[in-house]
Design a protein around this ligand. Structure first.
Ligand code: URA
Ligand code: CA
Length: 433
């Protein structure tokens, strides 16, 4: 086989075989195929798309390009949840203990990464002593014992995807449904998921700004999962405004605790119950989605979810007493309200603008080397649909710097206020299976 022939074949809109796709991915991973040929191939895919069979083959080839986590020693069906990413998305912190508390194993591999706030691991590290530096065996043992554990990404997972994603980033080929879908699904499958629940976000703070694109991506990922024998479903949820009230690491831990106490933001709770009941259903714990949802609602009402959070934090060295004494979380030096300049109804909060504001405070990393400040972030005091009086706080900044002019500017740029009543945006648009 010659790479140039395969580029030509894809360029002309023909379907590649599984063997041909394996040849490309193996060659690229082992540096036999150079970046310039792979760039041409990615561009050909961008314009010519891929069939379902090609997408499945590409995903598996990337899975097989590196290590695969074997979770066979964990009893039960391992369901993983993946979010395409948004602003202040606290769902994992709620879902992991909540779903585990009803007997479904949650073996979560997580990362740090770049963004508006830290990743799940950074957030959890706001709890004193908590560590994800556990061996694979400890990880498996903890999931069997407590039904939940979180481990940092280790080993050499999907190196082909890492290389290809970096290449796409500089060749204008990131925005291709078959390439995005196979990239995300390869990572989930390599980390050992038997079944996958996807939270595909749409709106200003999401990767897929338009509902139609989000649907297309969701459908592509669900098809790949199902074609590869992993039961997969997707929910399309709103990320036009941030989820919940908190954007920041310790702030989101507090928000997750509140939610498990039944005192969290309505939208965050609703999304957690929707995603969580799909996880419970895919794990075979119940036969219907209604029963699954009831189990989770009961686990919040009875405090079982909260208890599981304590067990989970303690098992990984964390000070679980924060759950009862929130003041033990890191706190910022300055609390600064940003007042509304006029009275009216909040009609829009541009999620990614608020995300950047949180990052400017130090809640997220701008580059891999940036330091994160776990204490800082933004607390939304008004959300879309709320009425605000002039002078009332739109948000409260939790800051360790006194001068927050640039942050305040971003907050004002993201909030719109109108005189007419505003309807609250739809939270969950669709379910795709
Ligand atoms: N996220 C991924 O992991 N891969 C993509 O290709 C795009 C977003
Ligand atoms: Ca939040």
């Amino acid at each position: 086989m010659r790479m140039v022939d395969l580029i030509e074949k894809k360029r002309d809109g023909k379907e590649l075989t599984k063997e041909e796709i394996e040849f490309i991915i193996k060659g690229y991973t082992s540096e036999v195929i150079p970046d310039y040929q792979m760039s041409a191939f990615a561009m050909a895919v961008y314009f010519q798309n891929m069939t379902d069979d090609e997408r499945a083959a590409l995903t598996m080839a990337m899975v097989e390009s590196g290590d695969q986590i074997n979770l066979a020693e964990i009893e039960g069906i391992k369901v993983d949840k993946h979010s395409t990413g948004g602003v202040g998305d606290t769902t994992t912190l709620v879902l992991a203990p909540l779903v585990a508390s009803v007997g479904v194993p949650v073996a979560k591999m997580s990362g740090r990464g770049l963004g508006h706030t830290g990743g799940t691991i950074d957030k959890l590290e706001a709890v004193k002593g908590f560590s994800v530096e556990i061996s694979n065996q400890q990880f498996i043992d903890l999931v069997n014992k407590n039904k939940v554990a979180v481990v940092g990404q280790s080993g050499n997972l999907t190196p082909a995807d890492k290389k290809l994603y970096a290449l796409r980033d500089v060749t204008a080929t990131v925005n291709s449904i078959p390439l995005i879908a196979s990239s995300i699904m390869s990572k989930k499958i390599a980390s050992g998921a038997d079944a996958i629940v996807l939270d595909v976000k749409t709106g200003a703070g999401a990767f897929m700004k338009e509902l139609k694109q989000a649907e297309e991506l969701a459908k592509a990922m669900v098809d790949i999962g199902n074609n590869l024998g992993r039961n997969t479903i997707a929910i399309i949820s709103d990320m036009s405004q941030p989820l919940g009230f908190a954007i920041g690491n310790a702030l989101e831990v507090k928000e997750a605790i509140d939610t498990l106490k039944g005192q969290g933001p309505k939208d965050l709770l609703e999304l957690c119950l929707s995603l969580g009941s799909q996880m419970v259903l895919l794990a075979g714990r119940t036969n219907t989605i209604e029963e699954a949802r009831k189990l989770l609602e009961d686990a919040i009402a009875s405090g079982k979810g909260l208890e599981t959070l304590k067990t989970f934090l303690e098992a990984q060295g964390g000070d679980a007493s924060v759950v009862d004494d929130i003041k033990k979380l890191p706190t910022a030096q300055y609390l600064i309200d940003v007042p509304a300049k006029e009275s009216g109804y909040v009609s829009n909060i541009i999620a990614d603008q608020i995300g950047v504001a949180a990052m400017l405070l130090g809640a997220g990393r701008a580059t891999k080397k940036s330091m994160i400040d776990l204490a800082v972030g933004i607390e939304l005091r008004k959300k879309v649909g709320d009425y605000v009086e002039a002078g009332e706080a739109l948000v409260t900044l939790h800051s360790n710097q006194e001068n927050v002019d640039d942050v305040t500017g971003r907050v004002y740029a993201s909030y719109s206020i109108t005189s007419e009543k505003v309807t609250v945006p739809t939270l969950i648009y669709k379910e795709i299976r």
